[in-house]
Every structure is written in structure tokens, then in C-alpha cells.
Design a protein around this ligand. Structure first.
Ligand code: PXL
Length: 276
């Protein structure tokens, strides 16, 4: 294999994420996003989520064996120089430790960009039910992040703030999260903050920016968060600055919500549309 190199003209992206079988969220959303933004995408699968139509569309969750997760990462990093990596749903403390060990063990081969979507609680889970998973994520994965994309709930959990009711509160949370881990932060207000705009806050230690787009309805769309973080990952892989990546990602998610899929489930799913 001497002399064989990764093609330098094709940005390479990897997501470490769970399968959401209906294709709206998780690894499927990530891969579609990677493709729509012109990168070569890979998935290391951490778990399989199947909604249960007989039980209020709750999540049936099956973790992938830790050894199999490590094997996937070994194969991927042996094949390619990964330009940017996304960490999505991990799901259990064992998975978190496995992924953290694998990434720490990469040394020089660790991608320059590690985008963490801190999936603390999935819809359908009781808050607190997954406290050990949340703590493991904070302890083992956040220190590896160069970019983090908390939603409204995760911004409260990671900043220690009891409520986030305004864009000023969200900015405060973004600053606190930056101070705690040193990663660029894109804190998502989405539909959770009142007003006609879906606003998010970007903070990287120097510049604080509010990203704003008209709200499209008042109901969260499945896969929006996954798609946003995957789009940030793809843009960073292509050489964008963190703020450029955040802006481009927000535009892709807005287009994807406009073009959303309706289904027999009581929620819509983002559809990734490449720009014209
Ligand atoms: O949207 C968060 C999320 C991430 N990853 C997987 C999921 C979900 C939500 O359903 O199933 C695999």
C-alpha cells in the first residue's frame, strides 16, 4: 500500500451516530447531508433506533456492541484521512467510553474538526433516566470537541442555567459552554424561543453572532439538529471557517424544513436539498 494516499480533492467526512430507521434523523440524515454538500461520507454505527408505531412512536433502542464500534473506526481511519468528524447519538456509557478511547488513541490522525451534537436525551426518554450517559458524554466526549451544537434543552444542561427564555439567555449559555470546553458553540433556539424568527447563537471565544431565519411553523422537525451538525461538519471539511460553516448549515436546514417530508408519524422529517 506504499504511496497510496487519500485523494486530496475530496473532503472526507465521518459520522459516529445511530441509525434512525425511517431516515429522518441520525446516521441517515448525516450521510444524506454529507452527500448533498459534496463530501465523501462514512458512518460508524453506534445503535439502532426503531420508532414504535404501536406505542406512541416511542424509541426502541438497540446498542451496537462496543467491539463492533471500535472495528468500524479502525477500518475507517486505516482507509482515509478524515477531514472532519461528527459525533451524534452514542446512547450508552460503554459506547461513549469506546468512542472516546478510539478518538484519543488516534494521536496525529485525529481529525482537526470534531463536531459534537450533544444528544443528551432523545424524545420519549424521561429526563434524568439517562443521567449516567449524560455525565459520561460531558466527561469523555466534550473535551474532544472543536465545535458543539446544543439545542435549547442541552444548552441549559451544559451551561447549568435553569431557564433560557430569550436570545440574551441563549448567548449567555453559549459563552458558558465555550468557557467549559473551548469548542466553538452553535446554541440552537429553534422554535423553543418566542418570536417570528428561528434564532441560534454562534460563539467561538471572540465573536458572538446571532443567526436568524423566519420560523417555518412552530413544531420541531425531526432530523433538523442532526442535519445542522452534519452540515457544519461537511463545510469544515471543505475548509470553511466555523462561522461560515454555521451559516451555511443553517441555510441548508432552513431549505430542508421547507422541503420536509410528511409521513404517517405525527412529526415531519427534514429533507436535505443541495443548493442549486
Ligand atoms: O434527533 C436525535 C436523534 C439522533 N440519532 C438518532 C435518533 C434521534 C432521534 O430520533 O433516533 C439515531
Amino acid at each position: 500500500m506504499m504511496g497510496r494516499m487519500t485523494d486530496p480533492n475530496v473532503p472526507i467526512t465521518l459520522t459516529i451516530a445511530g441509525s434512525e430507521a425511517t431516515g429522518g434523523a441520525g446516521a441517515q440524515a448525516d450521510l444524506k447531508t454529507f452527500q448533498s454538500l459534496g463530501t465523501f461520507g462514512m458512518v460508524a454505527l453506534t445503535c439502532i433506533v426503531s420508532f414504535d408505531p404501536k406505542a406512541d412512536w416511542g424509541h426502541r433502542f438497540v446498542p451496537v456492541d462496543a467491539g463492533v464500534i471500535a472495528d468500524q473506526l479502525e477500518a475507517q481511519f486505516a482507509c482515509y484521512t478524515v477531514d472532519a468528524l461528527k459525533v451524534g447519538m452514542l446512547g450508552t456509557p460503554v459506547t461513549i467510553e469506546t468512542v472516546a478511547d478510539a478518538l484519543s488513541g488516534l494521536g496525529e490522525a485525529r481529525p482537526a474538526h470534531v463536531v459534537v451534537d450533544p444528544v443528551l436525551i432523545c424524545k420519549g426518554q424521561e429526563p434524568g433516566a439517562a443521567l449516567d450517559t449524560d455525565n459520561a458524554l460531558k466527561q469523555h466526549i466534550l473535551p474532544l470537541a472543536t465545535f458543539v451544537t446544543p439545542n435549547h434543552f442541552e444548552s441549559m444542561a451544559l451551561s447549568g442555567m435553569e431557564s433560557i427564555d430569550s436570545i440574551e439567555d441563549l448567548a449567555q449559555a453559549a459563552k458558558r459552554i465555550y468557557d467549559s470546553c473551548g469548542a466553538a458553540v452553535l446554541a440552537k433556539g429553534g422554535v423553543r424561543l418566542a418570536g417570528a424568527a428561528a434564532q441560534d447563537v454562534f460563539y467561538d471565544g471572540t465573536s458572538l453572532e446571532v443567526l436568524s431565519a423566519p420560523k417555518i411553523g412552530e413544531v420541531a422537525v425531526s432530523g433538523a439538529g442532526c442535519t445542522l451538525a452534519a452540515a457544519v461538519t461537511a463545510e469544515l471539511a471543505k475548509g470553511a471557517t466555523p462561522f461560515e460553516a454555521a451559516s451555511a448549515a443553517k441555510a441548508l436546514v432552513t431549505r430542508g424544513i421547507e422541503a420536509r417530508m410528511r409521513s404517517n408519524a405525527p412529526f415531519d422529517a427534514v429533507r436535505q436539498i443541495a443548493s442549486a
